[in-house]
Ligand binder design. Structure first.
Ligand code: KIV
Ligand code: ZN
Length: 524
């Protein structure tokens, strides 16, 4: 089929609900299949292979329900060559406005001998009889010689010629076991086109056993295939089928290479389709999966982040919005640079500059070295901790080591910087945190007591940041709050305590009215 711009249309034949559903461990009920089918229609696929109606009552009902309610794509059912299979297939798809029967039989020596236990002559006769039966129901009949990549070429073409002569309009060439390589597969498709005469569309259906399903599908398109069978997320038997999102985006992203073809898919629906299929099948999408993986548009290295901030295309060949992935993500981790850090804070509504930015960035790098990724919530907490501690830095934490347990007395060794001088202090305590606070009190000479102590995790999970907020009242009646953040709760506590004592130092040196400045529970 030619499109207005003289490109030939590559028909997208989605088999997520048939071959995809054959993946080990996947079993979708009728409602789930309907939900996916509706999304495939929204995505704009040309064909939905809705199932294999003879396989079970559940399969039949799902295909029937899809045929009865999904509008837009042609609804296809799969069928072996037996007439009762074809009759059942038709019964299932009959309610649809547009319908196709897809029938198949294996043509490779291994399959004919060990699975079908049929001679080549019987296989040929079965194929013809199935196509004739299917044509009694509909003009739209597809035939597949299963295990085409391991079939004898001359025999397979004899079968293909016979089914075309009896009305099959689509010849789907399956690499059932994922054995083919791209150059070889392209050659096979081109050779079929030369050898089999008539009016038919060549389709390709590639499995991913060698990780070549998408490459083989694209090679087939180069060689003249104008239908491609594929699944969302590449799910399917064993290592899966060709991933639709990858084929579609290869064609759309490289019009210079695929200059004579086009697909009609609403690519902004790809991410949503992927997430839905993953959620309903329970098959996770690998983080680095092309196009739809959550890291497909995520950048962590500082150089990359800087480039993307200046101009997205420095490190992105596709627009994430074009596949429904929103915008590029600058992941803040230990490889990130100041530009991305500042940009993220600005987006969070924290426009921080100068010394405060430098200090927050230094703390960020320290934390990122210990934590794989920092979330937005981590960042906000970190900046608030830094801003809270900016006013005065009489006391700073260099390091803390604490020991505890049921058989040893809890103790802590700290290295502090007090008014620019480095000091090592140690103390015992009722617990490791108490030992820390006592050591700090001894070193700073500030006496008083904690009136509140709260530890929360900024985000969930074992690698969450501990966020400690506390209130402290000095013996001369100054009440202040402090906040500290760390991957380690003892260190977060030491930081929170020092930030409170820094406020006391600031109040004392400025001669402010202590109780006008800070109320317990108010965290800066
Ligand atoms: O992989 C295969 O050969 C199939 C056929 C039914 C087309 O799924
Ligand atoms: Zn298959």
């Amino acid at each position: 089929m030619s499109t207005p711009d003289n490109k030939e249309r590559v028909v997208i034949f989605d088999t997520t609900l048939r071959d995809g559903e054959q993946s080990p461990g996947i079993s979708l009920d009728v409602a789930e299949k309907l939900e996916i089918a509706a999304q495939l229609a929204r995505l704009g696929v040309d064909y939905i292979e809705a199932g294999f109606p003879i396989a079970s009552q559940g399969d039949f009902e799902a295909v029937h329900a899809i045929a009865s309610s999904i509008e837009g794509p042609v609804i296809c059912g799969l069928s072996r060559t037996a007439h009762k299979d074809i009759d059942r297939c038709w019964e299932a798809i009959e309610p649809a406005a547009k319908r196709r029967i897809h029938t198949f039989i294996a043509t490779s020596p291994t399959h004919m001998e060990h699975k079908l236990k049929m001679s080549p002559e019987q296989v040929l006769a079965e194929a013809v009889s199935a196509v004739k039966r299917a044509r009694e129901y509909t003009d739209d009949v597809e035939f597949s010689p299963e295990d085409a990549s391991r079939s004898d070429f001359v025999f397979m073409c004899e079968v293909l010629q016979a089914v075309v002569d009896h009305g099959a309009g689509t010849l789907n060439i399956p690499d059932t076991v994922g054995f083919a390589t791209p150059v070889e597969w392209a050659q096979r498709i081109a050779d079929i086109r030369k050898r089999v005469s008539g009016d038919y569309v060549i389709s390709t259906h590639c499995h991913n056993d060698l990780g070549l399903a998408v490459a083989n599908s694209l090679a087939a398109i180069d060689a003249g295939a104008r239908q491609v069978e594929c699944t969302i997320n590449g799910i399917g038997e064993r290592a899966g089928n060709a991933a639709m999102e990858e084929i579609v985006m290869a064609i759309n992203t490289r019009p210079d290479i695929y200059s004579n073809v086009e697909v009609s898919i609403r690519t902004e629906e790809l991410a949503r389709s992927s997430q839905m299929v993953s959620r309903l099948t329970g098959y996770p999408v690998q983080f680095n999966k092309a196009v739809v993986g959550r890291n497909a548009f995520a950048h962590e290295a500082g150089i990359h982040q800087h480039g993307v901030l200046n101009e997205r295309t420095t490190y992105e060949i596709m627009d994430p919005a074009a596949v429904g992935q929103g915008e590029s993500k600058l992941v803040l981790g230990k490889h990130s640079g100041r530009a991305a850090f500042k940009d993220r804070l600005a987006k969070l509504g924290v426009p921080i500059q100068g010394d405060a930015l430098n200090a927050a960035f230094t703390r960020f790098k320290e934390l990122a070295d210990r934590k794989i990724q920092l979330t937005d919530a981590d960042l906000e907490a970190l900046v608030h901790e830094e801003i809270g501690g900016q006013a005065e830095h009489a006391y700073e934490l260099v390091s803390v080591e604490a020991r505890g347990g049921s058989t040893t007395t809890p103790s802590a060794d700290l290295v502090l910087e007090i008014n620019g001088e480095t000091l090592e202090v140690s103390s015992d305590g009722d617990g490791m945190i108490d030992a820390c606070c006592t050591a700090i009190k001894n070193a700073t000479g500030v006496e008083g007591h904690l009136t509140d102590y709260l530890v929360t995790s900024v985000t969930g999970g074992v690698d969450a940041l501990a966020d400690v907020t506390l209130s402290f009242e000095s013996d001369d009646g100054v009440k202040v709050a402090g906040r500290g953040l760390s991957t380690d709760v003892v260190e977060a506590s030491a930081r929170a305590f020092l930030s409170a004592l820094n406020k006391i130092a600031r109040i004392r040196s400025s001669g402010e009215d202590p109780n006008a400045v800070e109320r317990p529970g108010h965290i800066g």
